[in-house]
Design a protein around this ligand. Structure first.
Ligand SMILES: [Zn+2]
Ligand SMILES: [Zn+2]
Length: 172
């Protein structure tokens, strides 16, 4: 009688050792999706991806780039502007670009998808402008991978009660 080896099943779910690979948890799963989405970003200053989720379902996605149909930064050039934060630090941003979080919100609006009481996974913590919009559309928890000037949003986080939680995407 032929006996099956333990080299893994046909779906490839077993590792080379024959041990089952560890299944991704939900937080890692959505953060990995956000990283995949960030690979569509076109602003040369940084690639960010965002996924809006409720009850473990993806409602909407976004990455940073120019408005639809307009030239992207990787085809023209970034147009950089500088702004000074009240604490005196100078920040540089690109005029061409819509941030990933706002594009995810826009995609939901375009298709009439409610995102109230949803969560968002972003490859980097939001800037203060995006955070204000995330608060107003009813996002409950922001999961981020890389910190970006969190000191600029600390007060707004405290006053609004929106949660900010770091999730690593090391296993993607
Ligand atoms: Zn740009
Ligand atoms: Zn932003």
């Amino acid at each position: 009688m032929h006996e099956e080896g333990n080299s893994g099943c046909c779906c490839g779910a077993s590792g080379a050792s024959g041990q089952p690979e560890q299944r991704l948890g939900w937080h890692e799963y959505f953060m990995c999706v956000a990283h995949l989405i960030s690979r569509r970003a076109t602003c040369t200053r940084g690639h960010i991806g965002a996924v809006i989720v409720r009850d473990n379902n993806i409602l909407s996605t976004g990455y940073n780039g120019a408005p639809s149909g307009l030239p992207h930064c990787n085809e023209t050039n970034c147009k950089i502007y500088r702004s000074t934060h009240p604490d005196g630090t100078v920040e540089e941003n690109c005029v061409n670009t819509i941030h990933a979080e706002i594009n995810a919100i826009g995609q939901a609006a375009k298709h009439g998808v409610s995102i109230k009481d949803a969560d968002i996974y972003i490859t980097a913590s939001p800037c203060i402008h995006c955070l204000k919009v995330l608060i107003n559309v009813g996002i409950k928890t922001i999961y981020y991978d890389k910190p970006y000037k969190i000191e600029h949003i600390a007060e707004l986080l405290r006053l609004s009660g929106i949660r900010l939680v770091q999730v690593s995407a090391e296993n993607c």
